[in-house]
Design a protein around this ligand. Structure first.
Ligand code: ATP
Length: 246
């Protein structure tokens, strides 16, 4: 008895993100229901599901942009269920929303410097490692964000979220609306994050092929609840037919 309790508490403390019974929605409508989800340090976790099932709503709830109606959120063992988005960012959660939302009129450098505002150590200088992951951005520091291609803007959005050195990165459909040739560049960036294992990633992604090739773990959301989860090697055709095809 004592032994099993110990195991449970060790499991809890090792998660970088742990959601228990999360419920969230808009006005009268409940979109996300009873969601339990866990991301361990350095893991790549894929959140999958058809359009409109609540993936973005869940990501916004994790970032604190939508207040949960029930449930708890722990980040590195600390409860942040009711913390503001700013507090979560300072704690080490980086977020790249669907559609990127970079500042079109600001330069690449200014966009990146804004990302530093979330840094817990109030650093003023962009880390050199950022340009090792995103070499293309170094040559574009003085260009306006809006002048970059779709793929470069996505890189900028991810780099901005990484500038402050997060421990958890939330990526909401980073490949959406990007040319197939550029998709590979974004995939390579996520692969390099995985290689370093310093940042855990919760990734909304529709491509089964990519999810199976990169993720450690997957969750399938169906009408707001977790319909399936497991090691990414167990993502099956049957599961896809049942929960992912339209
Ligand atoms: N601001 C909002 N106000 C009211 N309802 C919303 C709002 N945003 C989303 N919804 C509704 O919540 C539900 C879930 O939307 P959400 O964007 O979370 O789904 P999703 O799984 O991310 O879909 P997609 O893959 O199309 O982005 C949908 O029915 C949507 O219409």
């Amino acid at each position: 008895m004592t032994r099993s309790r110990k195991c449970i508490s060790e499991g809890e403390s090792s998660a970088v993100l742990k959601l228990q019974g999360i419920e969230a929605g808009y006005g009268e409508s409940m979109v996300v229901r009873s969601v339990n989800l866990e991301v361990k340090p350095g893991q790549i976790v894929c959140l999958m599901g058809r359009n409109g099932v609540g993936k973005s709503t869940l990501m916004k709830t994790i970032m604190g942009l939508i207040k949960p109606r029930a449930g708890t959120l722990h980040y590195e063992g600390r409860e942040l269920t009711h913390a503001s988005p700013e507090r979560r960012a300072h704690a080490g959660i980086g977020y790249v929303p669907q559609g990127r939302e970079i500042f079109q009129q600001l330069t690449v450098e200014e966009n990146l410097l804004l990302g530093l505002e979330a840094a817990a150590d109030r650093r003023k200088k962009l880390p050199e490692s950022l340009f090792e992951t995103f070499p293309v951005l170094r040559q574009m520091l003085s260009r306006k964000g809006g002048d970059l291609s779709g793929g470069q803007q996505q890189q900028l959005a991810i780099a901005r979220a990484m500038a402050a050195g997060p421990k958890l990165l939330l990526l909401d459909e980073p490949m959406e609306g990007i040319q197939p040739s550029i998709v590979m560049e974004i995939e390579a960036i996520i692969e390099s994050i995985k290689r370093d294992r310093e940042i855990a990633v919760l990734l909304v992604e529709q491509s089964l092929e990519f999810a199976t090739s990169i993720a450690d773990h997957y969750y399938v959301l169906d009408r707001g609840t977790i319909a399936a989860s497991g090691g990414a090697e167990h993502l099956s055709e049957e599961l896809v037919r049942k929960h992912l095809t339209v």
